[in-house]
Design a protein around this ligand. Sequence first.
Ligand code: F6R
Length: 378
Amino acid sequence: EKQGYRHFMLKEIHEQPSVVRTCLEAYINPDWHSQNSDEENPITLNLKPEIYEDLEHIQIVACGTSWHASLVGKYLLEQIAQIPTFVQYASEYRYAPSPMMRNTITIGVTQSGETADTIAALEMERQRRSSCDRTYQARILGITNRPESTLGGMVDQVINTYAGIEIGVAATKTFVAQVIAFYILALDLAGRRKTITPSRMEEILKGLLQLPTQIEQIIHSEEPKIRDLAHQFPDTKDFIFLGRGINFPIALEGALKLKEISYIHAEGYPAGEMKHGPIALLDAHVPVVAIAMGGSVYEKVISNAQEAKARDARLIGVLPQNHHEDMFQDTLIVPEVDEILSPILAVIPLQLLSYYIASMRGLDVDQPRNLAKSVTVE
Ligand code: F6R
């Protein structure tokens, strides 16, 4: 049921505060404080002990939006838990797998748990490991919204994202929930491997628990603005999304959402790569969305946006509060948070922007042409 919303996609965007809350509550012990940190890990993921044993690498296979969530996951696993992590497109990996690595967790990330390429890549991985010694065994995980799916039946353990069923073809709440699952996994591993101080752990946990309210705030303050902004692109044919660091995958995701449901050509790029090619596309007809979320790469993204401005691009900024920059024609404002948490907030205005551009064009947002909710063919 759409419960008064025009489309399931909009309903699902609005459900994100509660989805994030549910996922966090499932895995975080709210009574944990850094002072009693000797006692236990604040994360209750309950993975089997052999999954953690001598862990050296993590390898992730996924498609589409789940692949984007995995790229954020890589950042978290490497920066918080210090584990070298590789993210692969399942459709590529199944035909060109990397050489086998011992003591490596392989994670399939799929909201539906039915994506043919992801399932096939994991099956291939499972089979080739089965003839090896035990350092290769029992290390296949799934991150999914549907533990009862095909994926759930074939992996050694599932991390449930608890997003609830998603009907809109464009993934929104399931993406956010997958990213939350990666925070949980990264913090769990970091706690066990002592790659994080208890006080930093507490800081990130506190930040995570604020996210639901902050997402609500963004929807409340930015949705009316984005609805108006969407009317300004009736004939736009191309969009560029720029982000860096942990928000580079969010640029990819913003572009994917827009192309899927509005059929506008859009590219997501790491902001620093723009000058190596895509800058040639820019003129007054190509809006550029720059995700400048504060933190270590803020100045860099701003200067990349300036390069776009110099080519007459219409600039839209996704910015934290109190960072207004004059060069942006439009700004989508989100609460200022720790850089490590910023992707969850940055993606919200981009979901809304793609939704309102598509709906303003009168398109079938929930069932875009040529797409299916779960891609069970190769
Ligand atoms: C994006 C989208 C697709 C899926 C992809 C993987 O909005 O819906 O790109 O993300 O088909 O699907 P799952 O996660 O079910 O494996």
